[in-house]
Each structure stands twice: as C-alpha cells, then as structure tokens.
Design a protein around this ligand. Structure first.
Ligand code: ATP
Ligand code: MG
Length: 424
C-alpha cells in the first residue's frame, strides 16, 4: 500500500453519522428563518479580494492574517472568510433594492479562515446567517435577536448570554475612536505588539483582542455609551425597549466591538456557557451595517445581519438526527432469490420505503446481524422455498416476530409496518 494522504489541518470531513446531525440542525434553522420571512440566497465561495478589504476592513484579523487569498490569471481572489460581503455584493449587483423595499436573505455554507485550529475553530467552518436590507430598525433588530434566541431554544441551547452594544453611526464612532485613543495612548507600553500597531490603524479593534495584556487595559476603557449621539441613543433605547417587552434577556456590554469593520449602531453576540464549547464560546455574532451597501457601490441602505457558527452550535446542542438508515433490509438466500429481492426492493422504494439489499450473499445469521447493526426495522428474508411458494418472510427486528406474506401484499404489509412500527 502507498502512503495515505491526510486532510489539510483544520479542514474536517463530515462522515455520514456526522451529517445526520448536521442535517437535523440545518433543517431546524431553515424552518425558523422561513417562519420569519427569510429567503435563501446562494453566492460564490470565491470573490475578488478587494471585496473583503473594502467591507471587513484593513486592520481586522480576518483581512490582515486569516484570508485564503491567491492570484489567478493576475486577479487577486479570496475564498470567502464570511458571508455578508458576498451577499451585499450580490444585493447591489442585481439591484435588489429596486425590486423590493425590504429584502430578507438567508445563506449558509462553508467559510474559510487561516486560523490556528482548536475545538470550535477551524480553517473551513460553516455558517448560517441572515441579512435584512432596507429596514433601519430598531424593531427588526429586536426581532432578529429574539429569533436567534428562539432558534437556540429549539436546539436545546438555553444556557446562553446575549451581549448587546451600540457603536453608533459615523459621528459616534469617530468620537469614540478619539476618546479611546486618548485613553489608550498613556497605556501604550502595556499593550500587545498587535495592539500598539492598531492604536494608529484601527484602535477599536484593540477592544476585541484576546491577548491578556490588552485585556487588562481594556477592562477600564471608556464606554461608547458615554459619547453616543442622540439619534444613536434613541435607536439603542428603542431596541432595548422591544427586547424588554419580548422578555428576551440581554446584557449591555459597552466594550463589545467584534472583528469586522462594517458595523454601525446595533452590535450583538450570543455566547454559550459551559458544555463542550470551551474557549470558543461565541455561537452567533451580528450587527447593523448601515453604511456597507453604499460603500460597495449601492444606494444608501440600512441593513442588519448575523452569522451563526454551525460547528459550535453542534457542540452546544443535543439535537437528535433523523433516522437515515434503511427501514427494510432484504436478505436473499440463493441465486433465484436475488432477482426477486431486487424487484421487491424497487417496489418498496417506489412506495417511499428506504430499502437495502444484501448483495454479497452469506448466511442468514450474518445478514440479520448486519440488519440489526444498521438499525433497520424489518428484515425481509427470501429463500428458494419462499420464491416457490410466492411469499417472503418479514421479520420484525425489534419484536423478534416473523410471518410469511404473499408476494402481492408485501408493499402494503411493509408500509403499514414501518408506519405503525410493527409487522404484526
Ligand atoms: P471568534 O472571536 O471566535 O474568532 P469571530 O468574531 O471571528 O469569532 P465572526 O466573524 O463574527 O466570528 O463569525 C460568526 C460566528 O462564526 C462565530 O461566532 C463563530 O460561531 C463562527 N466562527 C468564526 N470563526 C470560526 C472558525 N474559525 N471556526 C469555527 N467557527 C467559527
Ligand atoms: Mg475570529
């Protein structure tokens, strides 16, 4: 045998047993967003690098060090690190703003970031996210946060904390930036190297740093809420009122910034507590980005969105997958029975019953062992004797009961049994 090739570090295979859980998660998410009027959009995985530089922003971890970028035929390209930029590009490119006053879009799919892999942190990971274009909020902001909390509840993830902040609009952001630099400047020597640099390039980013040296300084940094403008404050207060009315719990965290530049006003994060999550406990991140559509060449359009990390949701949830193994296991004994088995399996599948035929032969005992291992409900045994008599033997694997059923009645007997859960 030659040496095997392994997967790239941080890139995971999802084997069928994993995929069963993924699909259960995805179908719950799809159902919840559908109930809220979101429609799915699918955009490419590869975009021009410039799209991310202009939206996510220079000085962010993503753009500075995490992007899978390459040059193809002289064009700088990037495999998407996040979903919003591509969706906004598509929104502008297809003029959706001219077709409907408000667009509610949902997406899901793999994202790619060159980060050091850890539990809940991978090079390829999956996000599901929603974006609302054309609604300035704050009602829709509250509805979105409440939808996320409701989704997590449906997934059995109830031990969570919603962190909420407002970055304000351009004016507030600029004032806060100034105030922050004023505060940080005297503490410069205590900051990490990255943050020293960010002090001039992107000071807000420093608040998002996980470096313990920075954390100490950040702990007593000024709050954006000290400098927030009147309109921005009214928006934030409106959001809080709606959440209070809904009874959706949240904590105001005035130093919450998050790793993308395009946010304005509402900003939120949902963190899971305890369980399997460990250090990577941020399940969902989102916020308002009222300036981004215009920044990317569209008309001024308010917008808000969020993205949930599916691997982290799976670490936190206990959703049980739907059964994905064949209900009926057909065990043909002998050459003549094989042909009969294939024909019967086809009839069953046409009637909507997932069916597997053991084509490798072997003893009845070994075939039944396999049927049990697969978790099938029924084993259908066909030997030459059964073929001669025009019957098959149906074995209820859970009840250990069996009976002969005439060939013509097999489909109805089986469909009844898998629906009713018994062959008797
Ligand atoms: P973190 O602070 O954990 O690095 P982030 O701020 O980079 O997260 P976002 O860009 O806001 O995360 O992405 C939204 C969500 O996507 C995160 O809350 C998380 O659940 C998930 N996510 C982000 N990066 C990864 C990754 N490398 N692997 C797995 N999930 C991720
Ligand atoms: Mg990150």
């Amino acid at each position: 045998m030659s040496r095997a090739i392994s997967a790239v570090k941080g890139m995971n295979d999802l084997l069928p047993t994993d995929v069963a859980r993924w699909r259960a998660l995805e179908s719950t998410i799809r159902e919840v967003v559908r109930l809220h009027g979101y429609r799915e959009i699918r955009v490419p995985v590869i975009e021009h690098t410039q799209l991310y530089v202009r939206s996510v922003g220079e000085g962010t971890d993503i753009v500075d060090k995490e992007m899978y970028s390459f040059v193809f035929h002289d064009e700088p390209m990037t495999v998407r690190p996040e979903g919003t930029a591509g969706v906004v590009r598509a929104y502008v490119e297809h003029g959706l703003h001219a077709k409907e006053p408000v667009s509610r879009l949902y997406y899901e799919g793999p994202m790619f970031r060159g980060e050091r892999p850890a539990r809940g942190r991978y090079g390829q990971f999956y996000q599901a996210g929603c974006e609302v274009f054309g609604d300035p909020g704050p009602l829709v902001d509250a509805e979105m946060i409440d939808m996320i909390v409701g989704l997590l509840r449906r997934l059995g993830i109830t031990d969570v904390e919603v962190l909420l902040n407002s970055l304000g609009g351009k004016g507030t952001k600029a004032r806060y930036r100034e105030r922050l630099v004023e505060y940080l400047e005297p503490h410069k020597d205590a900051l990490s190297e990255d943050s020293k640099r960010r002090l001039t390039t992107n000071p807000l980013r420093i608040l998002d740093s996980k470096d313990p040296r920075d954390q100490k300084v950040i702990a007593s940094a000024p709050s954006v809420l000290d400098v927030i403008g009147d309109d921005d404050r009214a928006h934030f207060d409106g959001l809080r009122r709606h959440l209070d009315k809904l009874g959706t719990p949240y904590t105001v965290e005035p130093r919450l910034v998050r790793g993308l530049d395009y946010y304005s006003r509402t900003l939120f994060e949902v963190r899971g507590r305890g369980g399997e999550l460990g250090a990577q406990n941020t399940l969902v991140g989102g916020g308002r980005y009222d300036g981004l559509v215009e920044e990317l060449g569209g008309p001024p359009t308010p917008a808000i969105g969020f993205a949930a990390g599916l691997e982290r949701l799976l670490l936190a949830t206990s959703v049980a997958p739907a059964k994905d193994q064949p209900e009926v296991f057909v065990a043909p004994l002998g050459e003549r029975a094989m042909g009969e088995a294939l024909a019967l399996a086809r009839e069953l599948r046409e009637a909507g019953v997932p069916t597997l035929v053991e084509g490798r032969g072997g003893s009845l005992k070994s075939m039944l062992r396999r049927a049990n291992a697969l978790g099938s409900t029924i084993a259908m045994v066909i030997g030459d004797g059964e073929v001669d008599r025009g019957v098959v033997q149906l074995k209820d694997l859970a009840a250990h009961a069996q009976r002969d059923v005439p060939r013509a009645e097999v489909v109805s007997a089986v469909t009844e049994a898998v629906r009713g859960g018994s062959t008797g």
